[in-house]
Design a protein around this ligand. Structure first.
Ligand code: NOJ
Length: 768
């Protein structure tokens, strides 16, 4: 044991480790460190208000507050009567502001205690105006963009009377097969944390009681993204090291940013379902993080504790979920049916019930719902799909696109092409352009790539056809919302004729934009994929188009990294626009024409094939360190595109890394500066990234970890010195060897540059 320690840790740490053996100090030469900070406390007036109300409530009314009814579930019809009796605390999936006001009026005027309803909805990336999907937002590497988008979404959704967003989803996802990867910020805990807190700020605004805010609901606590095999809902088996150092990080950031609620996840975490997981919901969330908000279950996840083989029946499920810390039940009605008797039998204490109800009432109070629960119909008319909303989503979509290839500077299109072919199943696909989780979006509001290009290049002769059709093989839960247009090409002859027609168009056009990728139902919930290639016959279409020898630009729409290995070698220009939202087509036209310059960077590693999955940059450098890319017999183990990668129409030179100090005291920040020069004639953005590696410690540390970044805009040939701050708590990690949070003295590597491949290197030594 000691020998192993001696081989692998720094001298200072060894001294500490000897101390460990003699005095049982829990860490090796390390400073004990608590995980960072705690959320701001809630105004005591909110608690006073809730306590007063609680005193007047019957047990049934209390359990009513803990009950959320989904209007589109079998429990929905007849809900008015239960609202009147004070037996419903929250509604979900109600969109019409008049209908929301009608329900609120019943709660406010006809129920005994006049407690308003909390109206929730999946405002994931917009409401009626759809913004780029969250994975795209992370690709902006610009928390301000994410914050602004959620602020705008909050303004619009709240004008409908909705005051609770089931977002942000902050689940780290390292397996692109998992369909819900598009709902989060990708693989990295640091980027994920910055995006999480930005979204919370955006939803909740400066003051929750402003009528244009939404209470954030951070989800799905926790580890949902670790689903085995990338199969949605499957168990996650995550070590404490992975949980604390990776998966929980964005959650804590969101909690510290003041998120008012959290959603418990569906799946088993290390064989304990998240919705009945006392360690997660109590020990971590309450004891360690001091979370003052409330927890809602996921859809029927209380009832399904029994499906897991965790609880015996509905009664057991209700008892164990509430005792674990779930304050409100979504959709299933075990609380309503079981909690009163459970209290009578002493299985659940009245203090537990009161604690849960208090948190819910506090949230309603903070939102100002007791004073003003209604949708403002005038504001609704002004806000819905307004010019300002459209401009904001168009801007966001230009910030989120990632340029993956641009051989011979094919892009931007310098002038309007005389003839332009816009080809592919997603070229003129309104629902797909919005992406999954656009539940209140209207496809007909959406600008497709074809429409955007027609508007941008009015003098060009633009022709368009699908070439091939795609549709999902496996059904997702959103099929009914935007039913797939039935394939129109039903015979082999028709398919061939369409394919040939498309290639003929390519051949006869000066330029072609191929819009390929995944239909919007192929990602999101219950939409995992076992392959990452372009679905259907899109690859054949792409290869045939390139074979014409005509210039081809590939525009990708996708909710996950795709295996585009062939395209990465043969298609001169590739622009990933993810699912860009309502103004997607206009944004794509901005980008292709050069009115906007792509500056997004990948928030997730792109593998070469599904066989490499999961593949992420922050792994530990183990045995045969010099050849980490030769771990497969039949493939490189290097990614196709690394984390943090993205091109621009500009070019940049990054030089002169300088750490403000070679020696750093624990608890001090370190400023690292680097010079960035735009070496081109085009104004553009680069993202300066800082990665750190701890050379030795009480546990193996990842080969690199992102610890700071900044997106900057530079004019042609402009140079700037960018200073990034490595915050002291970023060197703290949870050590599986000492089973505690540690900050360890020793040598640290620092790299800066504009992707995880950054090679400007320096070091510093951390001392006590
Ligand atoms: C289930 C999903 O897992 C969750 O993310 C969503 O918020 C709820 N359904 C409500 O739609």
């Amino acid at each position: 044991m000691v020998i192993r320690v001696l081989r692998s840790v720094s001298a200072a740490a060894v001294v500490g480790s000897l101390a460990l053996s003699c005095c049982m100090t829990p860490t090796m030469g390390a400073q004990q460190a608590a995980p960072p900070t705690a959320p701001a406390p809630i105004d005591p007036a909110a608690y006073r208000f809730a306590d007063k109300l609680l005193k007047q409530m019957t047990l049934e009314e209390k359990v009513g507050q803990m009950t959320q009814v989904a209007l589109n579930s079998p429990d929905g019809p007849g809900v008015e009567d239960r609202i009147r009796k004070g037996l419903v605390g929250s509604l979900l999936f109600i969109k019409d502001p008049n209908e929301i006001n009608r329900m609120q009026k019943i709660a406010m005027e006809e129920s005994r205690l006049h407690i308003p309803l909390l109206i929730g909805f999946d405002v994931i990336h917009g409401y009626r105006t759809i913004y780029p999907v969250p994975l795209a937002m992370a690709a902006s590497w610009e928390p301000e963009t994410a914050e602004k988008a959620q602020r705008m979404a909050a303004r619009e959704a709240s004008s409908f009377g909705i005051r609770w967003a089931f977002a942000p989803m902050v689940d780290i996802a390292r397996d692109p097969r998992w369909g819900r990867i598009m709902e989060g910020a990708g693989e990295d805990p640091y980027l994920g944390a910055r995006m999480a807190e930005a979204q919370v700020r955006g939803f909740q605004g400066k003051d929750l009681s402003d009528p244009d805010t939404l209470l954030a609901c951070v989800k799905h606590f926790a580890g949902y993204g670790g689903a085995v095999g990338g199969r949605d809902y499957d168990s996650a088996n995550l070590s404490d090291d992975q949980l604390y150092n990776v998966y929980l990080k964005p959650y804590q950031a969101a909690v510290n940013a003041g998120a008012g609620s959290l959603m418990s996840a569906y799946m088993d975490l290390n064989s304990v379902p998240a919705t009945g997981n006392k360690w997660l919901l109590h020990d971590v969330l309450r004891d360690q993080w001091k979370f003052p908000g409330f927890v809602v279950s996921d859809w029927e996840s209380v009832k399904s504790l029994t499906t897991h083989g965790f609880t015996a029946d509905d009664h057991d499920a209700a008892v164990r979920a509430v005792n674990a810390g779930v304050a409100m039940e979504m959709t299933s009605h075990t609380y309503r049916e079981q909690l009163p008797s459970a209290v009578q039998k002493g299985e659940v204490s009245i203090a537990t019930i009161d604690g849960a109800v208090r948190e819910i009432l506090v949230a309603k109070y903070r939102l100002g719902l007791f004073k003003n629960p209604y949708a403002d119909l005038q504001r609704n008319a002004a806000e819905t799909l307004s010019e300002e909303q459209r401009a904001a989503t168009r801007h966001a979509a230009t910030r989120t696109a990632v340029l993956l290839r641009n051989e011979g500077k094919l892009l931007p299109m310098k002038q309007a092409p005389r003839t332009l072919a816009v080809i592919g199943p997603l070229a003129d696909a309104q629902a797909d352009t919005m992406g999954s989780w656009s539940l209140a979006g209207h496809p007909e509001d959406t600008i497709t790539v074809l429409q955007g290009l027609k508007k941008r290049f009015p003098t060009s002769e633009i022709r368009s056809t699908k070439g091939v059709e795609i549709w999902r093989d496996q059904r997702s839960i959103f099929d009914d919302q935007f039913p797939d247009p039935k394939p129109t090409l039903t015979t082999e002859e028709a398919k061939k004729a369409e394919f040939d027609r498309a290639i003929e168009m390519v051949r006869n056009s000066d330029m072609t934009v191929l819009v390929l990728g995944e239909a919007q139902t192929m990602s999101g919930e219950r939409a995992s994929r076992a392959s990452l290639t372009l679905p259907g016959k899109q690859q054949e279409l792409l290869e045939a188009a390139v074979a014409t020898g005509k210039p081809v630009v590939l525009v990708l729409m996708n909710g996950r990294p795709l295996d585009i290995t062939w395209a990465s070698q043969h298609v001169p220009a590739i622009l990933d626009v993810w699912y860009p939202g309502t103004e997607g087509g206009n944004a794509v036209a901005d980008l292709l024409s050069g009115d906007a310059n792509p500056g997004g960077k990948l928030p997730i590693t792109w593998p070469r094939s599904v066989g490499q999955v999961p593949l992420y940059y922050a792994d530990n450098l183990t045995q045969i360190a010099s050849e980490p890319n030769t771990r497969y017999w039949d493939s490189s183990s290097a990614p196709l595109y690394p984390f943090g990668f993205g091109l621009s129409y500009s070019s940049f030179a990054v030089s002169n890394v300088h750490a403000a100090s070679e020696t750093l005291r624990m608890g001090q920040p370190l400023q690292v500066s680097v010079d960035v020069q735009n070496t081109s004639d085009t104004a553009g953005d680069d993202v300066v990234q800082l990665y750190v590696h701890q050379r030795a410690g009480s546990a193996s540390r990842p080969v690199r970890e992102l610890k700071a970044f900044q997106r900057i805009s530079l004019k042609p040939h402009e140079s700037r010195t960018v200073t990034l701050t490595l915050q002291p708590n970023e060197l703290t990690y949870w050590s599986a060897s000492s089973r505690s949070w540690v900050t360890e003295p020793g040598t640290y590597d620092v790299w800066t540059g504009d992707s995880v491949k950054a090679d400007l290197h320096t070091t510093f030594t951390l001392v006590r």
